[in-house]
Design a protein around this ligand. Structure first.
Ligand SMILES: [Zn+2]
Length: 266
């Protein structure tokens, strides 16, 4: 990934995404106004941080991203596999719809999601001119939400998975993500022997590799162009929030993506 710094905010970008066609960023926690465990650029509105700080951080982020705050489309992330297609922003007065995948074809819409260990997956189809964003924790991974999202984009927009540029963003790595036996059993029930490619059983416990599992899921969906960030949230608390490492008392960082303005495409 490429690390950038602009107006006090620090963000990362995939090297494989064409900046002429798509704007995207994973914003680190650096440069916002939140304090204490939420320090600094917390975008989560339901974790105990002051609402005025969260709003100020959103405004700061959008200014940095180069899109109006009013372009925002986001959902209430619920660890499911519901995918939304929206060619209009979500007005601030309108409630979030529950969902864990969002896509748009409109360059005036900015897709944004919040993370602290769960896996962010970004999509860009340069042929159909579509962008997407998916949230996959262990539950979403078990539901294969990445595959559900690709299939939904094929159905809705006629995308070809092999045209898609896909990126797996900063999230908790397979060495840091310990799971309970209940979770392990669920994966073995669904994937059988394949599960042992993604869950390592050690004397210290069972560890789930969400990066590898989601890459496998996306490849099954027909994705060929895929970049892994290889950035672990739990090991880099100076830049990322980690729900696990910080024992639930933390903020959420943002992933944002939009198509570049129409005139740049032509
Ligand atoms: Zn790690």
């Amino acid at each position: 990934m490429i690390r950038e710094e602009k107006n006090g905010l620090v963000y990362y970008q995939f090297e494989s995404f064409d900046p002429n066609l798509v704007n995207h960023a994973f914003y680190t926690r650096l440069g916002g106004v939140s304090e204490g465990p939420y320090s600094q650029l917390n975008l989560g509105g339901t974790n105990g941080d002051k609402p005025e700080h969260v709003r100020a951080n959103h405004l700061k982020l959008f200014e940095n991203f180069g899109m109006p705050f009013e372009s925002r489309f986001d959902v209430w992330q619920v660890h499911g596999d519901t995918i939304h297609f929206s060619d209009t922003p979500r007005p601030e007065t309108q409630k979030h719809q529950p969902g864990d995948g969002i896509f748009t074809r409109n360059p005036d819409v900015t897709l944004i999601m919040r993370f602290a260990d769960c896996v962010p997956i970004m999509f860009h189809d340069p042929v159909k001119k579509v962008v997407g964003l998916v949230h996959a924790g262990w539950q979403g991974t078990l539901l294969e939400v990445g595959l559900v999202a690709v299939e939904a984009a094929v159905e809705k927009y006629g995308c070809n998975p092999s045209d898609m540029q896909v990126g797996i963003g900063p999230s908790i790595c397979g060495h840091c993500y310990q799971i309970g036996s209940d979770v392990k059993v669920k994966f073995f029930k669904k994937w059988g022997d394949k599960t042992s490619d993604f869950i390592a059983s050690t004397p210290q416990g069972d560890f789930l590799d969400l990066w590898a599992a989601n890459e496998w899921i996306l490849r099954k969906a027909g994705v060929q162009h895929l970049e892994q960030a290889h950035l672990c949230t739990a090991e880099n608390l100076h830049e990322w929030y980690s729900y696990r490492k910080e024992k639930g008392l933390t903020g959420r960082f943002a992933a944002a993506i939009s198509l570049t303005p129409k005139e740049k495409h032509e």
